[in-house]
Ligand binder design. Structure first.
Ligand code: PLP
Length: 401
């Protein structure tokens, strides 16, 4: 085969598999994009250097210095734009730095931002340690309980969402919220880490910016830290680009390569995470020690209808609330797990458990309980092995539950 088939006609899983494949030279070449590590860019002469600099300043995606990244970075950016839809992607050293980039690019002293109360909790630290010092006001609200229009102020510049939310997976009506914000000229950013960009495309539903911790499902192997931001317009790309350069952000070519490698198997991994997590969620629902299971794919989940409308699948995160357990008993349950690791983060191939901190739960207006909650990331192990591990932990910690 000489010519590649027309890309638009291919299914997105196929496009991800072939994203960034280098052109053949002299009739042959490697399957994968090379890892182009460099600290700077070398030019043929000063005129070429000036030309690159000029094109970059005009907004073109050419590299004139090592920080801008070369072929490996471009291939990953293109693959992520293909995944999320949109205009341009920015690669950052962590998911949190992707969030901070968006906040600093869009907010100035005197501005007001509305932030969904179920967001990834460290965003609140960016607010309390950095944004407040810059005279930026962040107001947390419940997108499912509060009326967004009545919260908007003349100086509101940003609506920041995460759907489903961290810990409790509250599904938000991104199309409706985005429509209200856009009517008022407010930019909408949303954290799309949960879906990996595969089960949910917020830019097609009205959001302007999609953020992901590529640390999670894009990488998929718990071996790198990375963030991605995808914007829907040249105007937003220009704003992000200015802040990105000012902050000196970049990622290494090896990490760009690993993320690209992860992307190729994102669809198959997520399909399996969903199958395994559904089996575990259904098991948890039958346990007498469990009062509630949080997983949008369950028909009993309050976000189920919205999830069915706006998502094409569910990922591997399942949380559950104990019926009676004290925090110490919940910790004993987690400690009794053998196959699950104990730790934060998720999105890799392996299963993890985390006892949720009560103060984190109380940040969510959705949260009405007072019993402990455990978050599970269901990995790619055989689900029966995970269920057996959970069953033995319930039995082991039984006297306290
Ligand atoms: C983990 C996570 C982040 C932060 O990503 P890091 O790479 O760990 O900085 C952001 N948003 C969500 C929803 C996350 O789960």
């Amino acid at each position: 085969m000489t010519a590649a088939p027309p890309r638009k006609r291919l299914h997105s899983a196929t496009r991800l598999l072939h994203a960034g494949a280098p052109a053949l030279r002299d009739g042959a070449g490697p399957v994968n994009v090379p890892v182009v590590r460099t600290s700077t860019v070398r030019f043929e002469n000063t005129a070429a250097q000036a030309d690159h600099h000029h094109r970059r300043t005009a907004g073109e995606r050419v590299a004139s210095y090592g920080r801008h990244g070369l072929d490996t970075h471009r291939a990953l950016e293109d693959a992520v734009v293909g995944l999320e839809g949109g205009h341009r992607a920015f690669l950052t050293p962590s998911g949190l730095s992707a969030i901070t980039l968006v906040l600093l690019a869009l907010l100035s002293p005197g501005d007001h931002a509305l932030v969904a109360d179920g967001v990834y909790a460290p965003l609140r630290r960016v607010d309390s340690t950095l944004l407040q010092r810059l005279g930026i006001t962040v107001e947390y609200f419940s997108p499912t309980h509060d009326d967004l229009a009545s919260r908007l102020r003349p100086n509101t510049r940003l609506l920041y969402l995460e759907s489903p939310s961290s810990l409790l997976y509250e599904v938000l009506d991104v199309p409706a919220l985005s429509a209200v914000a856009r009517d008022h000229g407010v930019t909408v950013a949303t954290d799309n880490t949960w879906s990996g960009g595969w089960f949910h495309q917020p830019l097609a539903l009205g959001a302007n910016i999609s953020i992901q911790a590529a640390t999670k499902y894009i990488s998929g192997h718990s071996d790198l830290m990375q963030g991605v931001v995808v914007v829907d317009s040249p105007a937003l790309a220009a704003k992000l680009s200015t802040a990105y350069e000012a902050l000196g952000l970049t990622i290494g070519a090896d990490d760009a390569y690993l993320a690209l490698r992860g992307l190729r198997t994102l669809p198959v991994r997520l399909a399996q995470h969903q199958r395994n997590a559904t089996a575990v969620a259904e098991f948890l629902q039958q346990q007498p020690q469990v009062s509630r299971v949080f997983y949008p794919a369950l028909p009993t989940d309050p976000g189920h209808a919205l999830w069915k409308r706006d998502f094409s699948g569910a990922s591997g995160l399942v949380s559950f609330e104990f019926r009676h357990a004290t925090p110490a008993a919940a910790n004993a349950f987690v400690d009794a797990l053998r196959l699950f690791g104990i730790g934060a983060s998720w999105g890799g191939y392996e299963s993890l458990a985390l006892a949720a901190q009560p103060e984190r739960l109380r940040e969510h207006r959705q949260w009405t309980g007072d019993a402990p909650v455990v978050r599970l990331h269901i990995g790619l192990e055989e689900p029966q092995d995970l269920i057996a591990d959970l069953a033995q932990a319930f039995a082991d910690a039984a006297p306290a539950l």
